[in-house]
Design a protein around this ligand. Structure first.
Ligand code: TMP
Ligand code: MG
Length: 308
């Protein structure tokens, strides 16, 4: 593939110019410190792919942000747009989205300032969903009939990790039952995939009565990671992490990793690109602006697994 050839034939610097020349796709691959990316990759190759684990966000990271100019749904949106909820509830959820999403991506507010507002959003949304008496046995159909879309190249991504026995953790502030259904229907819910997310709690008749456990929202992934010590303990022989996210809160998904050695952080910058680019460049090693594909992560995986 193109990405493979570029990483193979030269330095990661070429990756830098790759996106910029692909004008037709309007995407760009940006790095503040390409040399550092190169060093991290080389160090991981040296350690071997059996020391690597991948940790990824779900909504707007594994799924597309937009398709043909139209926004794609998050796992919450899939329910919101389904016939499992009343039009009144849908209206209220859309109202919440219109209030809180601009806050989520607002660069003029700090994470501290946003945190209580995000908790408010998630809490209100989950309360509305619980009022709807959603039936477990109807979730699969809702997902099947939705516009959910994984990023281009998703199959290669999941299949490669599975073939190489590299553990993949999907760490999502979305809804676990929905995202599991998305990946199950796409035929990629392989054995190496583990999900940490908000799960629905159904009563004996299969009707939603609450959400289980601690709420995960976009700004408490650190706490969520620290609650899952068993998972990270099992993976302690894999101190090299490739992390994929689309929000700055996603950077904390690896906070539970034990004896972390190297971490390569890849960030999808989907929206408000100009406003947020600097902040993303400062915190993610590779920033993929307006890129609806998994080409770059796939090229990196190939580089890591094909250099034994
Ligand atoms: P993620 O951690 O898998 O990316 O999921 C979080 C996303 O879910 C975040 O971008 C906001 C979005 N979201 C909705 O679209 N609707 C909602 O009602 C809520 C609470 C979150
Ligand atoms: Mg996300």
């Amino acid at each position: 593939s193109l990405g493979y050839a570029i990483i193979k034939t030269g330095s990661v610097k070429n990756l830098h110019t790759w996106g910029c020349t692909e004008r037709q796709r309007n995407r760009s691959v940006c790095m503040k410190d390409p040399q550092r990316v190169q060093e991290i990759l080389q160090s991981m190759v040296k350690a071997g792919s059996n020391t690597v684990q991948v940790i990824t966000d779900f909504d707007m990271t594994l799924t597309r942000f937009a398709y043909n100019g139209k926004r794609c749904p998050t796992s919450h949106n899939i329910l919101e747009n389904s016939n499992l909820i009343t039009s009144d509830c849908k209206e209220k959820l859309t109202e919440l989205l219109n209030i809180y999403y601009p806050i989520e991506i607002d660069t003029s507010r700090s994470a501290e300032e946003k945190l209580p507002l995000m908790v408010e959003w998630w809490t209100k949304a989950h309360e509305l969903l619980v009022e709807q008496k959603i039936r477990k046995d109807l979730l699969a159909t809702a997902v099947r009939e939705s516009d959910a879309m994984l990023r281009e190249g998703f199959k290669r991504f999941f299949d490669c990790l599975n073939q190489q026995n590299i553990p993949l953790l999907i760490f999502s502030a979305g809804i676990g039952d929905i995202l599991e259904e998305v990946i199950r229907q796409a035929g990629i819910f392989h054995r190496n995939v583990k999900v940490i997310s908000n799960y629905m709690d159904f009563d004996e008749s299969g009707v939603l009565r609450a959400f289980k456990g601690e709420l995960i929202h976009i700004y408490n992934k650190r706490e969520g990671a620290l609650l899952n010590t068993d998972h990270f303990q099992d993976l302690r022989t894999r101190p090299n992490v490739v992390l994929l996210g689309d929000s700055l809160g996603d950077l904390h998904m690896a906070d539970g990793v034990q004896d972390l050695k190297n971490i390569l952080k890849i960030g999808f910058l989907n929206d408000k690109v100009e406003d947020r680019k600097q902040a993303y460049l400062d915190s993610y090693d590779i920033v993929l602006a307006k890129d609806e594909t998994l080409d770059v992560p796939n090229a990196i995986l190939l580089y890591l697994t094909d250099n034994k």
